[in-house]
Ligand binder design. Structure first.
Ligand code: NAD
Length: 510
């Protein structure tokens, strides 16, 4: 991949990893296979650059990300080529990464400051003290990303971390490191100090662990299983972390929904990126009254999806990322069929298109003993369930160890919004698929085993800071335990008790 130059290795080792196109098997680039020592050196480089960066006014930091926003739109063909080459996704799905990343750059460049600027707060004791909170950068943030959105799910989280005044070291997934390396080059082109952002490449165990051992905050996106290990390691150092993990997301279609709209949204929300999206639907609960109609519309919409590869926007679904992923999808469908589920559409690999292509698949008759019922498939497989009521749909949607994303389709929007508060998921859309993700002003993340912490919104930038309270005594006297006029003796306690009683009753002071 000529567009992507290798990031400089520290020279402590010469080994490289060849990145291959999952569809053709061709080499599309090489990256260093970094060691733990390389990671330590990368963290030190970021730490050295961060000192000056933390003193840079926010508006100067933001200017870089406004340029970055424009540059990724301008150079979109180049980055889509890189994303497609290393992930095998469709052009359309590659563009989604650019769209979402531009939104994150815009949001934090224009709104980030109001979440981290110093805030005056009420002093601890009226008339005696004033106080403020300042949000100081944590130092160096480590970002470990997955392969399903190689550009978005590395840089999206780096933007607020950098804007908050931190250095960043990114460890992209081993299969897809080229997009993050491309983005680093673009950020430097836009004016980001070179040392401030580092990309380290290599196996998760070695490089990822070394990163956790040396950064000041860890942002992890990936599976719940690895997330748990990462959390344990980070907890051992008492560094803070946030985790965006797996999902088994449910969509609910009520009897009064616009059936065609719901069916299109079900197919789009289940099969985009070939189902390899943490917030995609893997379950849809449909009220009995419209079940048959919805299912036939869903089948029709699913049949319209075009599988294939190319640099045009002719295809909806590209390839799965790897043999491992294909085998997981096949296992889930095979297991379901063997136990009595029915394939309504799809259900087959498509080797003539490429080794890891799989048809978008809709299953009915799925029962709790099947793998696909509760385990995350992370592929183009959607199970449809018939329910008797909204209450049953919500109960079943919540019956999962995950709680990432959900949707409710109904013509009664306010009712949908009320029901949403009963669904245990970090984002719930009413009459849409992934609106929660693109609602940058609000937090996005997981309940239960789908994550810890949030990205986006105020939480998505404040988490990269250490809030510090600065309280100033405006008087020259001290209340103490020694025998002075203001010592805490019986008389003073009586006075303080009276003050506390009054204080609770004064609205602008309490
Ligand atoms: P994964 O957990 O296998 O890997 C994620 C990252 O962790 C990779 O960079 C990997 O190299 C690294 N890693 C592996 N072992 C490690 C270790 N011991 N210590 C530190 N790092 C280690 O996930 P994946 O297969 O790349 O991605 C798919 C999963 O990610 C799915 O479960 C999906 O739901 C989840 N995901 C979640 C979100 C979200 O926002 N909640 C977004 C995308 C993907």
């Amino acid at each position: 991949m000529s567009a992507v130059r290798q990031q400089q290795s520290t020279g402590t080792q010469q080994r490289t990893i060849t990145i291959r196109n999952p569809i053709t098997g061709e080499s599309v680039g090489t990256v260093p296979r970094h060691t733990a020592d390389d990671v330590i050196a990368a963290v030190e480089r970021a730490r050295a650059a961060q000192k000056h960066w933390a003193e840079t006014p926010f508006r100067d930091r933001a200017a870089i990300f406004k340029r970055f926003h424009d540059l990724i739109l301008q150079d979109q063909d180049a980055i889509m080529d890189v994303i497609q080459a290393e992930s095998g996704k469709s052009r359309r799905d590659a563009f989604v990464e650019i769209f979402a990343l531009a939104c994150a750059a815009r949001y934090y460049a224009y709104h980030g400051w109001k979440h981290i600027r110093p805030r005056r707060i009420r002093g601890g004791i009226p008339l005696r003290a004033r106080a403020k909170v300042v949000y100081r950068p944590v130092g160096v943030v480590g970002i470990i990303g997955p392969w399903n959105f190689p550009l978005l799910l590395t840089v999206d989280d780096a933007i607020p971390a950098l804007l908050a005044g931190n250095g960043v070291v990114i460890k992209p997934a081993s299969l897809t490191p080229l997009s993050a390396i491309w983005a680093r080059e673009k950020l430097i082109e836009c004016g980001l100090p070179e040392g401030l952002i580092q990309v380290v490449t290599g196996p998760g165990g070695e490089v990822g662990n070394a990163l956790i051992d040396h950064v000041d905050y860890l942002m992890f996106t990936g599976s719940t299983e690895i997330g748990r290990k990462v959390a344990e390691r980070a907890a051992g150092r008492l560094i803070r972390y946030s985790m965006e993990l797996g999902g088994k997301n449910a969509m609910i279609v009520l009897a009064d929904a616009n059936i065609k709209h719901a069916a299109i949204a079900a197919a789009e929300g289940a099969f985009n990126n070939c189902g390899q999206v943490c917030i995609n639907w893997e379950r849809v609960y449909v009220e009995a009254k419209i079940y048959d109609q919805f299912v036939s519309e869903l089948i029709e919409q699913t049949k319209k999806l075009r599988l294939g590869t190319g640099k045009e926007f002719d295809y909806d679904l590209g390839s799965l990322i790897s043999r491992e992923q294909l085998e997981k999808v096949e296992e889930h469908v095979r297991d379901a069929v063997e136990k009595g589920a029915k394939v309504l559409v799809g259900g087959r690999p498509r080797p003539e298109l490429g080794p890891y292509f799989y048809e978008p698949t809709v299953l009915a008759g799925v029962t709790p003993d099947m793998l696909v019922h509760s385990e995350e498939t992370f592929g183009p497989v959607l199970s449809v369930y018939k329910v008797e009521s909204a209450d049953e749909a919500i109960r079943l949607a919540n019956d999962s160890r995950y709680g990432l994303n959900a949707a409710i389709f109904t013509r009664r929007r306010r009712y949908g919004e009320r029901l949403a508060t009963r669904v245990d998921a970090g984002t719930v859309s009413v009459n849409d698929t992934q609106l929660g993700w693109i609602t940058l002003h609000g937090p996005m993340g997981g309940f239960k085993e789908s994550g810890v912490g949030r990205r986006h919104g105020p939480e998505g930038i404040r988490k990269y800071t250490e809030p510090q309270t600065i309280a100033t005594n405006l008087t020259n006297f001290q209340i103490g335990s020694f025998e002075t006029a203001l010592s805490i003796n019986r008389r003073m306690i009586g006075f303080l008790t009276l003050l506390l009683k009054l204080w609770r009753r004064i609205p602008f002071l309490r």
